[in-house]
Ligand binder design. Structure first.
Ligand code: ARG
Length: 401
């Protein structure tokens, strides 16, 4: 029987050419798998037909948009995960869900190998292959761009020679990856890290310098999950989409960073994640009133570690699973409403309420109704400073000798 290879298919030039390229290099049949993670753009049926037109023996489309929102974006939100303090893991969290569907397709169509279109320089090759090793340890991996010398020029020549139903003339100098959680743009003139991004880079966000009138929004959460916007019930997918639209119109969520790739390269990336950044901001502010101080402080460290693991392709690792359990436990009381103003590139919280809040007005107030016994503070401070005071006494004594 002819060997079968499942290819992660985007519909773009490289993966379209990869279908025939892999076929010629290996003699295998190629099954194209496109996964909908809310990337928008062309219809998946158009993409499916193109895969067949490029020589795939089967083309399979997986609608994973709700699954992606519920099982990948929501955990990222619960973790307030920002790699290196900036990047909400847009591409990093899409790889594991794509891997899941690739492995499923490999089983369904009897394939022995999984292929993806990544280069040998990035994080995504690691995320795909570590994921496949974990979910389908018997499956082999192949990356035509990296392993079969499929360069951009060769791809264009191949497509033209074979008359593939794909545009080869459109020159896009950028490498773009997008899904409902955000959009990542790199390469081209952005590789000079002093160059500011030009307007044409952006798609999810409008220019924040010329914003429309401020937009006030109330986001309701239940146990860390967004459940309503302005009182209207929403699914996580709907919440992200609605905030992509509203925060995007205000230019919220533009990020320009040089980040540390797992492979040891520093690279410049432009992100836009209006919905993700508005949601993370709101969620963090709700945690501020509902999560106990020590738990909150520790959670910040856990969230950072979680982001690093996910960035580094360890989505399916035991440590990531353990951290998920901790994070989930902290979300028990993260329920309530956050009101925020979206305007001029910013999402600024201006109100919060929760039935499970730890904010105690009678403890906090400086007005009548104060129940806090201020006389307790003196003794507390004495003891709190004791250890440093003893040490400082020793420093003075030693210095005087
Ligand atoms: N640097 C990001 C990451 O590794 C995004 C990579 C997405 N690819 C792109 N072509 N922009 O998660």
């Amino acid at each position: 029987m002819t060997e079968r290879i499942v290819l992660a298919y985007s519909g773009g030039l490289d993966t379209s050419v990869a279908i025939g390229w892999i076929g010629e290099a290996t003699g295998a049949e190629v099954i194209a798998v496109a996964v909908d993670v809310g990337q928008g753009g062309e219809s998946l049926e158009t993409i499916r037909q193109r895969a067949l037109g490029c020589g795939a023996v089967e083309a399979y489309v997986a609608d994973a948009s709700d699954e992606f929102a519920n099982e990948y974006c929501v955990p990222t939100l619960k973790a307030n995960a920002l790699y290196q303090g900036h990047y909400p893991l847009v591409s990093a969290i899409s790889r594991p869900v794509i891997v899941k569907h690739l492995v499923k397709a490999a089983r369904e169509f009897g394939a022995t190998t999984v292929a993806h279109g990544c280069t040998g320089k990035g994080n995504d090759q690691v995320r795909f292959e570590v994921g496949i090793q974990t979910l389908g340890p018997d499956l082999k991996c192949i990356a035509p761009v990296r392993d079969l010398a499929l360069t951009r020029d060769k791809a264009i020549a191949f497509a033209e020679e074979k008359g593939l139903p794909i545009e080869t003339t459109k020159k896009n100098p950028y490498s773009i990856d997008q899904n409902v959680w955000g959009r990542a743009v790199e390469t081209g003139y952005l590789e000079d890290i002093w160059n500011a991004p030009t307007k044409d880079i952006y798609d999810y966000t409008a220019t924040p310098e010329f914003p429309p009138a401020p937009d006030e929004v109330t986001i309701s959460f239940k146990a860390g999950v967004p459940v309503a916007i302005d009182g209207v019930k929403v699914t996580p997918l709907q919440a992200i989409k609605e905030l992509n639209r509203r925060a995007g119109a205000q230019g919220v969520g533009r990020i320009d960073v040089v980040e540390d790739r797992l492979v040891g390269i520093k690279s410049r990336e432009i992100y836009e994640a209006p919905g993700a950044m508005a949601l993370i901001t709101a969620h963090k502010h709700l945690e501020d009133i509902t999560v106990e101080r020590e738990q909150a402080r520790f959670k910040a460290t856990v969230g950072q570690r979680w982001a690093e693991l996910v960035y580094d392709g360890q989505w399916f690792s035991p440590l990531k699973r353990s951290l998920d359990a901790f994070i989930e436990d902290t979300q028990k009381y993260v329920s309530g409403d956050i009101r925020m103003t979206l305007h001029g590139g910013q999402a600024i919280v201006n109100g919060r309420r929760s039935d499970t809040s730890l904010y105690d007005f009678s403890l906090a107030t400086y007005d009548t109704g104060d129940t806090f016994d201020q006389s307790m503070a003196r003794g507390f401070i004495e003891l709190w400073g004791m250890s440093a005071k003893v040490a400082s006494g020793r420093d003075i004594r030693v210095a005087g000798q």
